[in-house]
Design a protein around this ligand. Structure first.
Ligand code: PGA
Length: 238
């Protein structure tokens, strides 16, 4: 199981360091669950430092550029992240695709560069509400997944756009069906994202093809993030 907290544009260095200090020992209780925090760029170093040397919690960035360096104002490269102790990056989040012009091609290039530099990747895919209503879900997922490189350090996050930050979660069956379809195209671990909360985490994570979660809003609070990480570690009874 892999549980990643995507903080989006929340928490500066001070808050990030405090959060990291609070959860640094969580992996010892969440047996079998890998835990990842994705703070904003400016809080990456504070998060790494707050976790300290002995913690198994890993830190990923929320994006990464495809070149090693160059005239790309506002971008950050994979070697720069690695130098800070960052172990991976999210690419292709739907907010990047919808608000910042990210395309399948740029997502693929970002993923390739990160893998090449030796860090891990969480690549996000997912259909909009309109695409689901038009029965385009599989076509959209196919197009997005086929643009991604295959690599042991790449995991996919299925995040239906209509479920992100809306409180509207995909039903476990709906998520399971999409995950199985994604795995038929690209055999890798697939995380679910979109309004994951402590209340719905267990039943989602119990689906056979759901290998973890990418958590936005509910990862901002240490107590609720812990509850989700622990839900992934516990077997569902009954
Ligand atoms: P949410 O965000 O959990 O707040 O819906 C998930 C994400 O965007 O990764």
């Amino acid at each position: 199981m892999l549980i990643a907290g995507n903080w989006k544009m929340f928490k500066g260095p001070h808050e990030a360091r405090t959060f990291a200090t609070q959860i640094r020992h969580l992996p010892e209780r969440a047996t079998g669950t890998e835990i990842v925090l994705c703070p904003p760029y400016v809080a990456l170093q504070a998060t790494v430092q707050g976790l300290g040397e002995g913690s198994d919690v890993r830190v990923y960035a929320q994006n990464v550029h495809w070149e090693l360096d160059g005239a790309f104002t506002g971008e950050i490269s994979a070697p720069m992240l690695a130098e800070l102790g960052v172990k991976g990056a999210i690419v292709g989040h739907s907010e990047r695709r919808q608000l910042f012009g990210e395309t399948d091609e740029t997502v693929g290039r970002r993923a390739e560069a990160a893998l090449e530099a030796g860090i891990a990747v969480i690549a996000c895919v997912g259909e909009t509400e309109g695409e689901r209503e038009a029965e385009q879900t599989e076509a959209v997922l196919r197009r997005q997944v086929e643009a991604l490189p295959r690599h042991e350090r790449l995991v996919i996050a299925y995040e239906p756009v209509w479920a992100i930050g809306t409180g509207q979660t995909a039903t476990p069956d709906m998520a399971q069906e999409a995950h199985a379809f994604i795995k038929s195209l690209h055999p890798t671990r697939v995380l679910y994202g979109g309004s994951v909360k402590p209340e719905n985490a267990r039943v989602l994570l119990a689906q056979p093809d759901i290998d973890g979660a990418l958590v936005g809003g509910a990862s901002l609070d240490a107590v609720s993030f812990e509850a989700i990480c622990l839900a992934g570690a516990e077997p569902v009874v009954g």
